[in-house]
Structure formats: structure tokens, C-alpha cells
Design a protein around this ligand. Sequence first.
Ligand SMILES: CC(C)(COP(=O)(O)OP(=O)(O)OC[C@H]1O[C@@H](n2cnc3c(N)ncnc32)[C@H](O)[C@@H]1OP(=O)(O)O)[C@@H](O)C(=O)NCCC(=O)NCCS
Length: 148
Amino acid sequence: MSWAIRVANPADLDGIKRLCDAHRNELGFVMRPSLVSAIERREVLIAHDADQHLAGFVHFHHRRDQQTTLYHIVVDPKYRLLGVGNELVQRLRESALGAGKVFVQLKCPVTLPSNKFYEKLGFRLVETEAGKGRPLNVWRLELAPSGV
Ligand SMILES: CC(C)(COP(=O)(O)OP(=O)(O)OC[C@H]1O[C@@H](n2cnc3c(N)ncnc32)[C@H](O)[C@@H]1OP(=O)(O)O)[C@@H](O)C(=O)NCCC(=O)NCCS
């Protein structure tokens, strides 16, 4: 199976929102207006297959300081364990480097299998914090230009 990654556009919104709603346990409730403004700021990347079906997305924010925050990442179950999530994170990494950021950080409920995914991709566990409803792992990926 092959796929490509690009910056999301407004026509992708419904598909992204559907993936969010299907993963409320993992992501919590993601509000449509927050996705709309993230797409406007070019802070959502999507993976799609040859037929333009949405395979996954990553929603992030380049902060004013050294951090890029990864808010949400989902790969459609049909496309999992094929490297789509990895490639979304690599493209996010490039975008963060291009924006002059030093690390990518995210919070993930401790009980989710996706903690293993972040560990595999080289994220370092910074701490575990209380969170509102459940404890959250704070994962950080340090960025260094390739070859350094
Ligand atoms: C987490 C998620 C995005 C991973 O996407 P994916 O496309 O399946 O990941 P990849 O195929 O790129 O996997 C990259 C590596 O992580 C590993 N990995 C991925 N998911 C894993 C899991 N659930 N458990 C253990 N390892 C996992 C893969 O085996 C692979 O390692 P390898 O290179 O040694 O083979 C996907 O499982 C998902 O959408 N989960 C539901 C939503 C979610 O939990 N989001 C995060 C909220 S904090």
C-alpha cells in the first residue's frame, strides 16, 4: 500500500473530524473550530492513499518558544503498522526544524498502546503528570539537523 503526505486543506476537515470522533477515548473531544484554525495555520498534515482516502493525520502547533506541540495523531485502523504514523512524525519533525524549534513534545494517557509508538520513534519520557481524568506521560523528541 502506498500513501503520500501533505498539508491539510479545508476539504480534509470532515474526514479529520471523523477520525477524531472515532478516537474519543484516545484523544478526548476535539472541537471542530480548533481543527479549522489549525488547518488555516497549516498545522495539520495528512496522509492519503492513491485514491485520496484519508489514512491519518497529525495536528500540531509551533509555539513561539523552542517547542512544537503534537496535539493529536491518528492513523485509520486499516492503515496501521505500515509506517504511516512514523512518516507523519518525520514530516512534523522536518516542519519543526524548519520553524527553528528544538523539540517536539506531547502528552499521552499512560494506559494507551501509543506510548510504545512514541518510544519506538525516539521520544524520551520526561515525566508523568496527574492530568484531569487520567495520568499523562509527557514525551519529548529532541530535534537535531541530520548529520549532527
Ligand atoms: C499510534 C498510531 C498513530 C501509530 O500509527 P501507525 O501508523 O500504526 O504507526 P507505525 O506503523 O508508523 O509504527 C511505527 C513504529 O511504532 C510501532 N508501533 C506502532 N503502534 C504500536 C503499538 N500500538 N504498540 C507497540 N508498537 C507500536 C510499530 O511497530 C513501529 O515500530 P517498528 O518500526 O519497529 O516496526 C496509531 O496506532 C493510532 O492512530 N492509534 C490510535 C490513536 C492514538 O492513540 N493516538 C495517540 C494519542 S496520544
